[in-house]
Design a binder for this molecule. Sequence first.
Ligand SMILES: *Cc1c(COP(=O)(O)O)cnc(C)c1O
Length: 429
Amino acid sequence: MKFYSTQNKVTEAPLHQVVFRSLAPDGGLYLPNTIPALGSGFFAKLESMPLPELATEVLWPYLSDDLSRTEVEDICAEAFNFDVPLIEVDKNKFVLELFLGPSGAFKDFGARFMARLMAAVKKDDNPVDILVATSGDTGGAVAMGFFNTPGIRVTILYPKGKVSKLQEQQLTTNGANIRALEVDGTFDDCQTLVKQAFADLELNQKLYLSSANSINLARLLPQSLYYYHAAAYLGVGNAATFVVPSGNFGNLCAGLIAQQSGLQVKGFVAANNANNVVHRYLQTQRYEPLPTKETVSNAMDVGKPSNWERITKLFNYDYATIAQHIQGYTATDTDTLQTIEQVNQKYDYVMCPHTAVGWLAAEALHPQANHPVVVLGTAHPAKFLPVLPPNAAKAVVLPSSFKMLEGKEKHATPMSTIYGDFKNWLLNR
Ligand SMILES: *Cc1c(COP(=O)(O)O)cnc(C)c1O
């Protein structure tokens, strides 16, 4: 498979370029030249396929030019080694729990796959240095996903005092090939340092720098797996509406790719918090990004979602087709927190604020559903204890992977916001 850029100037990019360069040289985002059609043979056996096998079948067409079937099987077996249960919380209303991986969020799918794919398509023995600036969540999935990946070293920059205790533990207790820099500044400062490093010719001659950010196609493709996995639970002909709590719109984009590959889907709901550029677009046909607003579902606080460019491209920029496939919804913080409390009381089920935004959308748009409505459960509620309503917070059972972090020693190097300090540190380790 070759890949093209949404800006159209790049049309035949090979896999390793897509994986190691994230952004196309023309500034666009990569998409596969064709979306592979999964045949009736695949759907006939879908219901009995374990996740790693399903993953191999779905991802193989994208990787078969570059990797052997056995390599892809091994990558998938290692990357997708956790449960993904579908919970029927209310009649015909399900939560697909995507958060039982090591970092407790669906980003484990993308990060774990990407780490192993990078190691497999690396052309030479030179070590790769991945630089990641994080405001909290993505960094944890990347740090844990790349832990012990051969030939790849990861440097995470996070703002001192501005990530939660659990997030800090996920970033700083790995050791081995994962290094954490505690930057005396904001997330923007962290991001500026990383951008300066990528633009520094001298540094790029000495180190092979790469990124692991959310626009990388290698993080997006494995996110389509769980749409098939849900269909495997429900029965292939029992098409569902998928409600996707959305920020950067990678998750929804992956669902659309699954649909274009042949999965029967009733429809998609893009569930937004106050950062609702897409919902407003669906209502008005006008796409007007606004500055980011802070909400309780902070992993969805994105004013200008990067994957929207991919989604519009997949639909040939046709508003009518987009609106036919995607419904929009906007949830306020007050309603989100109230929903967490009500769902806990009524069904004895605690959801994180992002999942709750999806649940609200499901109840508003499909109140008496006579077909399955699947809300993507994007994060474990234990990651968001400080913002949960008190009763819901009390009912959360901490996963053992979180408890294990408790006793581990923090390893983080203090770093200033001065680029020269960061560069010297990179060159001398
Ligand atoms: C990243 C994230 C989202 C948003 O997903 P996108 O693919 O960026 O739309 C939602 N919930 C949680 C918990 C996340 O970490």
